[in-house]
Design a protein around this ligand. Sequence first.
Ligand code: NAP
Length: 248
Amino acid sequence: MLSLKGKLVLITGASAGFGRATALKMAELGADVLAVARRKDKLTELTQKFSNITAVEQDITKPLSTLEKVIQNRSVDILINNAGLALGRDPIHKVKIEDFEAMMDLNVKALVRVTQLVLPKMIEKKSGDIVNLGSIAGYFAYGGGSIYNATKFAVRAMTEAWRQDLSGTGIRVIGIHPGMAETEFSLVRFRGDHDLARKPYEGFQPLTPEDVADSIVWSLLRPKHVNIQSMVIMPTDQASIGMIHRRS
Ligand code: NAP
């Protein structure tokens, strides 16, 4: 089993949900974590828990100047491309152009730009891990989710293609594809409406951020010759994207 001790880990979207849980878990295991997100207060909370977490206040859909400065003379060992969002549940004829652009900008374009920032040094030292957070929405399309689906299908496609691009470099490319998990994701999707946001999780046990963080960390700790190419993680009561057994 590998160790995370002293590894430099960059996690996007580390202020909430999967990213936050992963940052905490990795810091506990001795990694040096660069926690990237926009909300300073949430990042500060993390740095107060662990001295080996550094807050990087950066909107990754904007020019990456802060992030660039932070990693200038350092070589990232593990990149976790986690930041992502869905906006609304509109059918395609009602999707707003600004929602379309926001999902593409963060889930696809920013993921590519952040990866391009860290990859040259990984290639140079012939070692590194890239973890892309996809979703089961990248396997199964659903009405009202087409743009989010498109972004997550894109993440899955890039994960597969990058593994081929990087063949022989020693870099592992890992795809993590969760089903329904209770985080701020739904609150963002429903624009802060708590009642609407809670509804999808009623009557069953969704995944927790820690469940997903466990899977990410487990994948990274496999021996160097083992690449967990893709992991689909679902709540037991979610048999498929649209089939949830609600107990109450
Ligand atoms: P979340 O709780 O909403 O967290 C999203 C994170 O992304 C936050 O830390 C947020 O921080 C950050 N973020 C948003 N916009 C950003 C930007 N422009 N620049 C930098 N950071 C930004 O979501 P989550 O559920 O943990 O989701 C994490 C990933 O898993 C996403 O890619 C999502 O698509 C995927 N996923 C989620 C689920 C689910 O059911 N929850 C299922 C499958 C896959 P700030 O607001 O502070 O910037």
